[in-house]
Design a protein around this ligand. Structure first.
Ligand code: D41
Length: 673
């Protein structure tokens, strides 16, 4: 078959165009065409390749979709072995590392290091011949790995062809393949929806995806790669430094860590660790430490390696976010709305930087899915501020005679019937405020900062008060006496007086806070505010029927139902009357001017404000009928950027959302007065 020359040219042109758009999209996060334009180019190329298979090249961007499944991976011997990394865990060990480097080099000078995050993924080596991806192998034991070429070809950030005119004949690029956090969440959500087992962590998900015999499956998985080194090189001199090598690699269109920096000496390393550590949880991928490499290749060569680990590199490991421990018991906690939450009592374990002795098991479905039993050894995870979680049972360590956990049919606190609504994951105690556990939680909520804000009335004290029989409901709080309080364990007269004063002060509140404090199911801060400004008085709200409630945006039939049920309960009516009788009050609500120019606008505050506090600004905007959101989206009307505004400002700019500064905000607020 003869191929029209213009089609051969067009195919080549399309490959270049699509590669360029890919680069803009995946590497620079700055797409330069619309999705539909991209799809059009892609389909045009696919069509040409289908019509004229001879025009299909190995580096064509259409070849990322995966191919025929394998029955096993072939073994590949690395042209240059892939070294391993030694670990250190604290500043002293890091100092010893630098000391060893200096001793070996016979110098006292501090060294220049290249620093980069240590990604938690899989090491890989990719071989390019004349710029075209020929082979990709896992690290394996460092000498021999597995041929995962077909899978690696499906990863969007891995170039099938290197860019630029300085690409050597042969180059092996090494790096880490990983799964970003958001991709991991999405993948696991899909796994659960399809009744498949979710992955334990992004690392396992990345490994499972890369070691798929069917590359079509790998193609659907959100994998990415950062490069961190070079293997064999032919036709080019080895670069002079690690930094230079990374710049070369980036110039060829491969991704390198945006966090790559040069640092000087141990102090520079420690500063880098400190700064990256603070950002660990907000990075879009998981890291387990920092890697430091002596930057100069000449020095690297002088230092050499011992038993496969280079003397010129070290991994500083952060505290692990996953550890193993034993489940000593499973207890049920009863929440404010009666929700029963199973909690694992654990043999204390140091994980994610703190000692953990409890982990939530969420609900019955979760506990059954994970099949966590008393006596089991489990993997516990604590990442950032997220509450500790049991991710998996280590079945190989399950002792004999364990039994499947089942949720109780009666509330463990008040023995009321446990109910579980069809289709809901949560089982609830039906005892309502008869249940001491729910009562305690309701009172804690009432006193909390965003509700009535009773200074000094913490959770422990509330429990003590209920257990001692001094209070049964929130109205009782205001009947407490100094004598009663000082009789409590660990409570002096001074603290007792302070608490009485705080309660006195809390009586002066706002309508919205009061509504939120009542703890009506599904009525959070925002809904409470909407109810307050819509109904203006408690009386009007209590009399509202479903139809009137549904007029409010954000209130659907379920919330409306909860609100009406709450106000129809005689007990709640009684408590509200008592609260008003003891003097709980609030200034009259003002109808929000519907003609306020900010009414209905969605505003995001970011950066530091100098003339008023964030919460003041928020209150004032809300009073003008604006919505104050936490993150920027296409729906945002304005972003108010204070000093040192960061990613939200960048996002606003990229979405074309209007940005104003603090003085404009102040002008707006003044005009609307
Ligand atoms: O991010 C990583 N996991 C990472 C791993 C990295 N940033 N740099 C690395 N550098 C090396 C040397 C110094 C040997 C080139 C590594 C690894 N090695 C490595 N990964 C797995 C074993 C060794």
């Amino acid at each position: 078959m003869t191929i029209p020359t213009n089609l051969a040219e067009r195919a080549s042109e399309l490959r270049n165009l699509i590669n360029k758009h890919n680069y803009q999209y995946y590497h620079l996060d700055n797409p330069d065409v619309t999705d539909s334009e991209y799809d059009r180019l892609f389909r045009e190329l696919q069509q040409i390749e289908t019509d004229y298979p001879a025009l299909l090249t190995a580096d064509s961007p259409t070849q990322r979709v995966g191919g025929a499944a394998l029955d096993k991976f072939n073994q590949i011997t690395h042209a240059m072995p892939m070294l391993s990394l030694d670990n250190v865990f604290d500043a002293d060990e890091l100092k010893s590392f630098e000391q060893r480097v200096c001793d070996w080099l016979n110098t006292n000078e501090t060294q220049l290091y290249a620093a980069e995050p240590k990604l938690d993924g899989l090491a890989i080596s990719i071989r390019y011949e004349n710029g075209v991806l020929k082979q990709a192998a896992t690290r394996g034991d460092g000498a021999v790995g597995e041929d995962v070429t077909a899978n690696v070809r499906t990863i969007p950030t891995v170039p099938l062809k290197l860019m630029g005119d300085n690409v050597p004949e042969v180059i092996e690029i090494r790096g880490e393949i990983f799964m970003p956090k958001d991709g991991f969440e999405a993948l696991n959500k899909a796994q659960v929806e399809e009744n498949k087992k979710p992955f334990v962590n992004p690392r396992n998900a990345a490994a499972g995806s890369l070691r798929q015999l069917d590359s079509k499956i790998t193609a659907t998985r959100p994998l990415a790669m950062y490069c961190y080194g070079l293997g064999e090189i032919q036709g080019m001199e080895r670069p002079k430094s690690h930094t230079e090598a990374m710049n070369l690699i980036a110039g060829w269109g491969c991704r390198i860590s945006p966090e790559l920096k040069q640092v000087k000496g141990v102090q520079g390393c420690l500063n880098y660790i400190q700064q990256l550590g603070e950002r660990r949880d907000s990075l879009p991928y998981e890291i387990d430490g920092v890697v430091f490499k002596v930057d100069s290749i000449a020095l690297q060569e002088r230092l050499g390696f011992v038993s496969r680990a280079p003397r010129w590199a070290i991994a500083y490991k952060f505290p692990a976010q996953e550890e193993m421990t034993v489940v000593e018991d499973i207890e049920i906690q009863v929440g404010r709305t009666g929700a029963l939450t199973p909690v694992a009592r654990l043999k204390p374990v140091f994980v994610g930087g703190v000692t953990v002795s409890n982990a939530t098991l969420h609900n019955q479905d979760e506990i059954l899915r994970k099949d966590v039993r008393v006596g089991d050894t489990v993997i516990v995870r604590r990442a950032g501020d997220v509450i500790p979680e049991v991710v998996q049972v280590v079945l190989s360590r399950r002792p004999e005679h364990t039994s499947v956990f089942s949720m109780p049919t009666q509330c463990p606190i008040c023995q009321s019937e446990v109910e579980r609504v069809e289709g809901e994951a949560i089982a609830r105690c039906s005892g309502g405020l008869y249940c001491p556990a729910q009562r305690k939680e309701a009172i804690k909520h009432f006193a909390s900062r965003k509700a009535m804000d009773v200074d000094g009335l913490g959770d422990k004290l509330v429990e003590q008060l209920v257990d001692e029989g001094l209070i049964d409901d929130v109205a009782d709080l205001f009947k407490l006496t100094v004598e009663q309080l000082s009789s409590l364990e660990r409570m002096g007269e001074k603290s007792a007086i302070n608490l009485i004063n705080a309660l006195q002060a809390a009586k002066q509140t706002k309508f919205a806070r009061f509504l939120f404090a009542l703890g009506i199911r599904e009525v959070g801060e925002a809904t409470a505010r909407a109810l307050a400004s819509h109904f203006l008085t408690l009386d009007a709200l209590q009399k509202a029927d479903e139809e009137t409630l549904l007029e409010i945006e954000d209130v659907g039939s379920i919330v409306a139902h909860h609100i009406m049920t709450f106000f129809h309960q005689p007990h709640n009516q009684e408590v509200i009357e008592q609260l008003l009788a003891v003097g709980v009050n609030w200034p009259e609500e003002q109808k929000i001017a519907a003609d306020s120019s900010l009414s209905g606008k969605t505003i995001v505050l970011t950066g530091t404000l100098d003339q008023l506090s964030r919460s003041e600004a928020k209150e004032k905007l809300l009073a003008l009928g604006a919505k104050v959101a936490g993150s920027v989206s296409k729906k945002t009307d304005y972003v108010v950027a204070g000093r040192d505004a960061g990613s939200k400002l960048t996002k606003a700019e990229s979405l074309g959302v209007a940005v104003v500064d603090e003085s404009t905000l102040v002008d707006w607020l003044n005009q609307e007065k």
